[in-house]
Write a protein that binds this ligand. Structure first.
Ligand code: HEM
Length: 515
């Protein structure tokens, strides 16, 4: 009996000892070694700081300024000013090399999956959602997952999704019209941010999983709750008995239950119809690839999240920018109404291709308010980025937003809203063809790029076709990087129905629009 107790005690002590050692190695010794390797190359920076805590306390901006870098990532901004476009910094215990030099950024992003992966420190922030999926994975796992999911979001496949996007958007905006009409005053103030969460959720649910609107919205709302709880957990303390963590696990179980129901019903449908395939959408493709249920659930969480988060932010920022730039709102509306009058409903890819001003507006919004402020990587093995030696385990931050706001790249009006700069396409819009990178580039570039570009045109064109809007006096400007760059206080907008069928065309002539 005593011997058993002694053995258990010794075993426990050994485990604790190992854990302490690995904590010391990975959290104290290894980071310092990495820092030293970089400082030997002349790449230095400030002492260790916890950069992640800052965003939650940021006060609102005094006015609607698009110069968001000093506001949304103030410590990074200050360090870039002080130490230049190549320096060292810390995210919690993780040393990182910060890159804001366009050529180094390009070379880092083009590195293959054998060299660069995703950082475990970032993974910790949203592990419940992304952990193990294509957004988070590295190395071979990532290669296999990406091989399966990329074809589903190929530009040619997206053309077949336009109708789904269009119909869902029209139905959704009809509810907005009813709200305005029922208001009695001819206008209605609405925080559009939570509205776009629902719209993007139901589109990704139907386009990628064939799921009903109510289930898609339920899944996305639970994922948002989970994300918020896990971010708080990183912010405070991670203890299993905290009610916050019990709530986290409850929500996670419920999301998994809902996704299991979807997987089972797709399997049953395929069996009952003796079909050779489970379908060509994302869910069908994953099932046909014989992935196990756990991986399908992880990937489903990834796509429900990526499929709604960035687009919700994009539409909110578009509405803000067009509200404070009414002349651009009017120009883009004329383009939409004229196209509809000529070609009928914008429910097909061919018609959407003709929306040039709308496209320029979307690009300018993504330049000023990109979904991700920094693109993170971690070296999976010793390698070089240009002449700089990057030791295995060192994290790398690519400062895409800094470049997208750089006066050197975009001219003195870099922080102004001017969609006109994209008149000749994104490559010619700045001094460097790579300076516009909201979807990143290289092997890990956004999987949902074509999907987003098409859906954004459908949604923005539909908004312009139905409403004229201005900013509510309640709006408080606070772009905050919480997962994606989102408006911390929402975007309350005053909506009005288009009151006249006659508009001024972009050439300045009055023209009848027959819609
Ligand atoms: C405005 C919309 C969007 C923007 C600006 C955006 C931007 C990005 C960026 C910057 C990355 C990181 C790339 C990197 O690490 O180099 C990314 C990754 C990713 N995005 Fe998007 N995204 C958008 C919408 C979407 C949508 C709608 C989906 C899904 C339907 C999606 C799926 C993904 C996935 C799966 C990844 C991970 C790719 C990988 O690591 O291999 N995104 N996105």
């Amino acid at each position: 009996m005593w011997l058993v107790l002694l053995a258990v005690l010794a075993g426990s002590l050994l485990i604790i000892w190992f854990q302490c050692c690995s904590f010391l190695v990975y959290h104290l010794w290894r980071p310092k070694v990495l820092e030293k390797v970089m400082s030997a190359q002349g790449v230095t920076g400030p002492p260790q700081k916890n950069l992640l805590t800052q965003i939650w306390e940021l006060p609102d901006m005094e006015q609607v300024s698009h110069d968001i870098v000093p506001h949304a990532i103030p410590l990074h901004h200050a360090c870039l000013q002080k130490y230049g476009p190549l320096h060292m910094n810390w995210w919690r215990v993780e040393p990182r090399v910060e890159l804001a030099d366009i050529d180094l950024m390009r070379k880092a992003l083009l590195k293959g999956p054998e060299f660069f992966g995703k950082s475990p420190v970032l993974g910790m922030m949203a592990d419940d959602i992304f952990g193990g999926g294509v957004f988070d994975a590295s190395g071979r796992d990532w290669v296999e997952q990406r091989r399966v999911v990329v074809p589903v979001f190929h530009a040619d496949k997206i053309k077949g999704m336009v109708r789904t996007m269009y119909e869902n958007t029209q139905n959704f905006l009809e509810n907005w019209e009813t709200l305005v009409r029922n208001g009695g005053t001819g206008e209605k103030a609405l925080d559009v941010f939570p509205e776009f969460v629902e719209l993007t959720a139901l589109i990704i649910g139907q386009a990628a999983f064939g799921t009903s609107s109510s289930t898609s919205i339920a899944i996305v709302k639970l994922l948002r709750l989970l994300f918020a709880l896990q971010s708080q957990q990183v912010r405070y303390v991670s203890l299993p008995f905290l009610p916050m963590n019990r709530e986290r696990w409850r929500i996670k179980r419920e999301i998994h239950r809902l996704l299991h129901v979807e997987i089972d019903s797709r399997r049953a449908f395929t069996r009952e119809n003796c079909a050779a395939s489970h379908g060509s959408d994302l869910l069908g493709t994953m099932l046909d690839s014989n992935w196990d249920d756990e991986l399908i659930i992880t990937e489903s969480k990834t796509f429900y999240t990526t499929g709604h988060m960035s687009l919700t932010s994009l539409y909110s920022w578009v509405m803000l920018l067009l509200a404070v730039n009414p002349e651009w709102q009017e120009k883009a509306r004329v383009e939409v109404l004229e196209l509809v009058a000529r070609e009928g409903p914008l429910d097909n890819a061919k018609a959407l291709d003709k929306l040039k001003l709308v496209e320029m507006t979307i690009m300018e919004t993504l330049r000023l308010y990109p979904a991700f402020l920094i693109i993170p990587r971690v070296a999976l093995r010793d390698c070089y980025v240009d002449h700089i030696f990057i030791p295995k385990g060192l994290a790398v931050s690519v400062h895409n937003t800094v470049i997208q706001h750089s006066a050197e790249m975009w001219g003195e009006d870099a922080n102004e809203f001017n969609p006109g700069r994209f008149a000749n396409g994104s490559l010619a819009a700045s001094k460097h063809p790579m300076a516009f990178m909201p979807f990143s580039f290289g092997p890990r570039a956004c999987v949902g790029r074509a999907y987003s570009q098409v859906q954004a045109k459908v949604v923005v064109a539909s908004l312009l076709q139905r409403f004229r809007w201005s900013l509510s006096p309640d709006y408080r400007h606070n772009p905050m990087a919480a997962g994606t760059l989102l408006p911390k206080n929402g975007v309350p907008i005053v909506l009005k129905l288009l009151d006249s069928k006659t508009i001024v065309s972009n050439e300045g002539n009055r023209r009848e629009i027959l819609t």
